[in-house]
Design a binder for this molecule. Structure first.
Ligand code: F6P
Length: 467
């Protein structure tokens, strides 16, 4: 079997820290199973001349990381990746702040990654690049003469052409994906949006249901929804719910029901809208006052970007307002925590919570939704309330699906979840669990790499015909 080299901006270096983000959660187990290299940013920003890449070998995986220079961090990470691509890919044209300088930094860092990666590449390595930070990486590698199989998977949504064409220089950036052999998406909608862009904007010829002819060669498109380790999480949650930590949390609620939300502090997650919905619950359904506590765990992220700092203030204010207006000396309606928690702690809390509130305004997949389902006690499960705009809504269709912009509608769903009879909870959970088991994370990497390594025509994970 060829050696696997995974490349992503964020690398899950095994340093014991609890970090937030679906990409790390998805890649780590897949890479540990097959073994290989994980290459990317060290997470450090340096003022000095670039140092050579550092390597850490652990459990079958070599973690190879490079530092970013200050300008790179500003223009590539904070700039083009997170102030332009992130909002546009999440349908938020209003938040995109484009500058040519940042675009230059984006291409420069992709070139820098290619240059450092080439020092460790072997001709028969299979390269798997992840997410929107690294769209032009294959092009940069091809220009250096590398002929390896290279696949790309985008963890976030891919919006319709009406939105993506608002990205200045999309003509330069999106076709760079043509240097990959396979481009993978979370949902059929994302893949279909990409296919429509290629056909309508670029006039590319379709070779078959899931391939297009680019100047650079044929590119296949596939749908590979990221799953979770369903049974592993179930076992972990069963143990963790009896841990001292979870017992202490539940004990402090004095028998009240708990609703849980876990998200990075990001505007795509719909946290202020969710606070409004919880406030609506307390206003419109007074029977829950004093009966339910909403725990929102929200590690800060991308803190150097103004939008994220503003969001932090906005959420803090809303929490303060709700707790001030409805709280009692003996009851705090919302517990809002910015500390990241370990996977074990979260699994235990998910199982203990009566409802999981996952209401992003737009999300590629959302693994918290799937983890919540995986962690439940099948005989007495909690209820998942899930945004219809999360990729996970396709598979978790037995959740209570909501429109996150409609706070009254979400409040009604919370009321329904808290009052839901046992047999309905069991049925809904069993349906979701079954689907998650069929699409376990253990098969995700094999599915993608299986298609990448096979010749065109033999692809599974294909687009439906006639898009
Ligand atoms: O899962 C989507 C994603 O954008 C990843 O690419 C990223 O690593 C993660 O969210 C967390 O974001 P960041 O790396 O900027 O902290």
């Amino acid at each position: 079997m060829a050696r696997l080299v995974v490349v992503s901006n964020r690398v899950g270096i095994p340093d014991g820290s609890a970090r937030a983000g679906g990409l790390e959660v998805a890649i780590r187990p897949a890479l540990k199973r097959r073994g290989g290299v994980w290459f990317g940013w060290s997470g450090r920003v340096s003022d000095d001349a670039p140092e050579p890449a550092r390597t850490l070998d652990k459990d079958n995986v070599s973690y190879v990381t490079v530092d970013l220079q200050k300008d790179d961090y500003e223009e590539f990470y904070n700039g083009f990746a997170n102030r332009v691509l992130w909002p546009i890919l999440h349908y938020r044209l209003d938040l995109a702040e484009f500058t040519r300088r940042d675009l230059g930094g984006y291409f420069r860092v992709n070139g820098f990654f290619a240059k450092n990666l080439e020092r460790i590449l072997r001709p028969d390595d299979v390269i798997w690049v992840h997410d929107y930070h690294l769209m032009p990486l294959a092009k940069a590698l091809r220009e250096r003469g590398h002929k390896n199989k290279i696949g790309f998977f985008i963890h976030v949504p891919f919006p319709p052409e009406e939105i993506i064409t608002a990205l200045p220089n999309h003509e330069q950036l999106i076709p760079a994906l043509g240097y990959y052999n396979l481009v993978g998406f979370q949902t059929e909608t994302d893949a279909a949006n990409f296919a429509r862009y290629l056909a309508n904007e670029r006039g590319l010829r379709r070779l078959d249901a899931n391939s297009f002819a680019f100047d650079e060669g044929d590119v296949r498109i596939g749908v590979f929804p990221v799953g979770v380790e369903t049974d592993t999480l179930q076992r972990l949650a069963r143990r963790a719910v009896d841990s001292t930590f979870v017992r202490e949390v539940m004990g402090s609620l004095s028998g009240r029901a708990m609703i849980i939300g876990v998200d990075r502090l990001d505007y795509s997650k719909g946290i202020p809208e969710r606070m409004d919905a919880f406030e609506r619950l307390l206003t419109n359904f007074p029977r829950w006052r004093g009966q339910v506590t909403y725990l929102q765990i929200t590690p800060r992220s991308r803190t150097d970007i103004e939008e994220y700092a503003n969001l932090g203030r906005q959420v803090g204010e809303k929490v303060g307002r709700i707790n001030g207006a409805y709280g009692e000396a003996s009851w705090t309606p919302v517990r809002y925590i910015n500390k990241a928690h370990s996977r074990t702690a979260l699994a235990g809390l998910y199982r203990a919570a009566r409802a999981g509130l996952v209401t992003p305004l737009r999300d590629g997949m959302n693994l918290v939704a799937k983890e919540y389902v995986a962690a439940q006690n099948p005989d007495d499960p909690g209820v998942l309330i899930l945004s219809r705009f999360a990729g996970a809504a396709r598979e978790c269709s037995a959740a209570l699906l909501v429109n996150p912009y409609d706070s009254e509608g979400v409040a009604i769903a919370i009321d329904r979840a808290l009052a839901m009879p046992l047999d309905e909870r069991v049925q809904r959970h069993a349906a979701n669990y079954r689907v998650l088991k069929q699409n376990d994370l253990s098969q995700w990497a094999e599915r993608f790499l299986g298609v990448l390594e096979r010749p065109r025509g033999a692809a599974s994970g294909a687009l439906p015909e006639g898009l």
